[in-house]
Design a protein around this ligand. Structure first.
Ligand SMILES: [Zn+2]
Length: 327
């Protein structure tokens, strides 16, 4: 692998700085994807962004209005609103596994013994060993983040969403990135195509093995075959937002293809704490009064006491968290 640090895009002639660690990088001007040796990478796909800066701002305002209602969040300021393209690998494959083992379980059997006056039914439990010989055959789309040790807010959720929405991805087209005032920031991938296929393979093996183990008490043999049907580099549009409230910074991530909030932090305010403490107090009083009137025996107050303490514990836990994360 040759290491290029300066590159000129053959499509639009824009100069591109390349990080030697990038396995695939993009032209910052036209978005074309290139392998580290400078050849074009064709299997470049995208989930299309459908929201602009103004619409994203409205989504955040709605989110804070709805979630921040009890918290009294007013006078916050959006300090960062950055559209990025998160890089993912999607390895599609036909996976086939054949596994053999046995399943042990207990069965209750009733039978009649004796005759005449001594005739009676007995119930006994019998241990049964049933041989298992099964196949798994499926079309898969395994998704991996293209960056190592990443701390991008909300990327785990994006990965899950991409797994189910990959069929909506379209061949990459820079001109269809709608963001009016702001340009999307292309993130390159440090994980190569080969490494992505290798990681996907491990994921398929582990997944099928786990399923075989779930179906058997003991697995004797488990063999998996994978035929890759295409590995795609998929850019997923995510708006990364930061807002400041009472001196603290909170993060929100919005998926550009659906406008969904992937993850959002909401401050836990003093007002919120007081409301929750009040509610917890009411629960305790309610529980006490309830058990006084209902408590004809001693079991009812104990049950009510336990329930109220559990609810109380969870509401109190909520109160002492510095920030809530909504997903
Ligand atoms: Zn270009």
């Amino acid at each position: 692998m040759s290491q290029i640090t300066k590159f000129q895009c053959p499509h639009c002639n824009a100069p591109v700085d390349v990080n030697p660690e990038d396995a695939i990088f993009n032209c910052i001007s036209c978005g074309q994807a290139f392998l580290s040796d400078g050849t074009e990478f064709k299997n470049h796909y995208i989930l299309e962004n459908k929201f602009n800066q103004k619409q994203v701002q409205d989504i955040i305002k709605q989110f804070i209005k709805k979630k921040g209602f009890m918290r009294g969040i007013k006078g916050y300021k959006i300090t960062k609103l950055e559209p990025i393209l998160m890089p993912f690998w999607v390895a599609t494959s036909d996976a086939y596994t054949h596994y053999v083992g046995f399943k042990r379980y207990t069965e209750t059997k009733t039978r009649t013994v004796g005759s005449g006056k001594n005739r009676r039914t007995v119930t006994e439990s019998v241990t049964v060993y049933r041989p298992v010989d099964q196949e798994i055959r499926e079309k898969r789309a395994d998704v991996l983040l293209g960056r190592r040790g990443s701390s991008m807010f909300g990327y785990r959720k994006v990965k899950q969403i991409l797994q189910s929405e990959f069929s909506h991805a379209v061949p990459f087209n820079h001109n269809r990135l709608m963001s009016t005032e702001k340009e999307f920031d292309y993130l390159s991938t440090e994980i190569s195509l080969d490494a992505a296929n290798q990681l996907a393979k491990t994921e398929v093996f582990d997944n099928h093995r786990a399923r075989a183990e779930k179906a058997c008490t003991k697995v004797f043999d488990c063999a998996t075959q994978i035929t890759y049907t295409g590995t795609y580099f998929v850019h997923t549009p995510v708006w990364q937002i930061e807002y400041v409230f009472q001196g603290e910074t909170y993060r929100v991530a919005i998926l550009g293809s659906s406008g969904k909030i992937i993850a959002g932090e909401i401050p836990v305010t003093t007002r919120f704490r007081l409301i929750f403490l009040g509610l917890t107090g009411l629960f305790f009083i309610g529980g006490g009064v309830g058990s006084y009137f209902l408590g004809l025996d001693y079991i009812a107050p104990i049950i009510i006491g336990v329930v109220v303490s559990i609810i109380g514990f969870f509401t109190l836990k909520n109160v002492f968290k510095p920030v809530s994360v909504v997903e």
